[in-house]
Design a protein around this ligand. Structure first.
Ligand code: F6P
Length: 373
């Protein structure tokens, strides 16, 4: 009996999603003779039973396309906004899975998707996931698809910002995506030759950053590029976050916990506009004019790089191989030139942070880049 596969894409869009859909789909259809349908807009489409047939016509010509032909959303199965309320809709999704006689549901996504997919696996569904995100923060895989493309985009942006910074003798602070982790800011900062790189994992001291810029000025370099991850924190902010988090953990009653969580969320909200504030502070501390460039969604859009197409196709076809063997409850991870299946319970709920002693951090320091500490 031919197997029935369902596919969905969830979380932020990312270059390589279509290449991965195509990789799973083509291998499943033409190599293994299986059938494939897609659910639209992530877990929402699974809940609302909105599907798209993924036949050979649908899978043609999508390798190079950005975004996802299936659409995506950040909806979580157990907290779905329905009629103005957040509701647990996992059972409806389980029902729809069975309505389509699926043998497996393939979920393409980042850290949040891995957690949501694991929840569905705990409900008894056969699940396989693929690691996608420009943040490169999914645990137990060498790399995620989307990262390489975003790295090139952010690096090119830093290259281009050099001419304005240089010509106007300015500090240019460039904000790079990465709310919790700094792989992208660190990688692009090194590749683009940023003078300062600030990432969430290494809280910074604004005075140290200003001092590094002043030293550059004193040596005749009258401009500086500061690559800052969107989630980078000063030492004070990091200490406040940690204290707030400890209050959540130590809360003895439900009320105390809710209050502590609200205080923590408030701190997160206050982080908005952080890059603009940092640029202002650096201007005041160094006397150099500063400007901000926020790269935003430019990093997630557009055609995937060759490396991301290759990775997404490798992971997608390996996924079809696992389905053929009936191996479920796993994420298809990239390990060197090969792939490995990692148990979903090991992946879900974990993020791959930049270790402060990671070789990339050492590399940046050795070329004289200020890391802010
Ligand atoms: O996909 C991950 C990410 O790129 C993060 O770096 C960023 O914080 C987030 O997406 C923002 O995405 P959205 O605005 O779609 O929630």
């Amino acid at each position: 009996m031919a197997k029935n596969i369902g596919i969905l894409t969830s979380g932020g869009d990312s270059p390589g999603l279509n290449a991965a859909i195509r990789g799973v789909g083509k291998a499943a259809l033409s190599f293994y003779g299986m059938q494939v349908i897609g659910f639209r807009d992530g877990f929402r489409g699974l809940m609302e039973n909105r599907t798209m047939e993924l036949d050979s016509t649908a899978l043609s010509g999508i390798l190079t396309a950005g975004g996802t032909i299936l659409g995506t959303s950040r909806d979580k199965p157990h907290r779905m906004p329905v009629g103005g309320k957040l509701m647990d809709m996992t059972d409806v999704m389980v029902e729809n899975y069975h309505k389509h006689n699926l043998d497996v549901l393939v979920c393409l996504g980042g850290g949040g998707t891995q957690k949501n997919a694991y929840r569905m696996a705990q409900k008894g569904l056969n699940i396989i996931t693929l690691p996608k995100t420009i943040d490169n923060d999914v645990a137990l895989t060498d790399v995620t698809f989307g990262f390489d493309t975003a790295l090139s985009v952010a690096t090119e942006a830093i290259d281009r910002l050099h001419s304005t910074a240089h010509s106007h003798h300015r500090i240019v602070v460039v904000e790079i995506m990465g709310n919790k982790v700094g792989w992208l800011a660190l990688g692009a900062g090194i590749s683009g030759g940023a003078d300062v790189i600030l990432i969430p994992e290494i809280p910074y001291d604004v005075e140290s950053v200003a001092e590094a810029i002043r030293r550059r000025s004193a040596s005749g370099k009258r401009f500086s590029i500061v690559a800052v991850a969107e989630g980078a924190l000063s030492k004070q902010e990091a200490a406040a976050r940690q204290a707030a988090q400890e209050k959540v953990v130590k809360a003895k009653s439900k009320t105390a916990r809710t209050k502590a969580e609200a205080a923590f969320e408030q701190l997160e909200l206050q982080h908005a506009g952080h890059t603009l504030r940092l640029a202002k502070q650096l201007e005041q501390l160094t006397g150099l004019e500063s400007r901000v460039t926020i790269l935003g969604y430019l990093q997630r859009g557009g055609t995937p790089s060759a490396a991301d197409r290759l990775l997404a196709t490798r992971l997608g076809t390996a996924c079809a191989d696992l389905i053929h063997k009936g191996q479920y409850g796993v994420m298809v991870a990239s390990k060197g030139d090969s792939t490995r299946s990692e148990p979903l319970e090991e992946v879900a709920g974990k993020l791959k942070y930049v270790p402060p002693d990671h070789p990339w951090v050492g590399t940046a320091r050795r070329v004289g880049t200020c890391i802010g500490d």
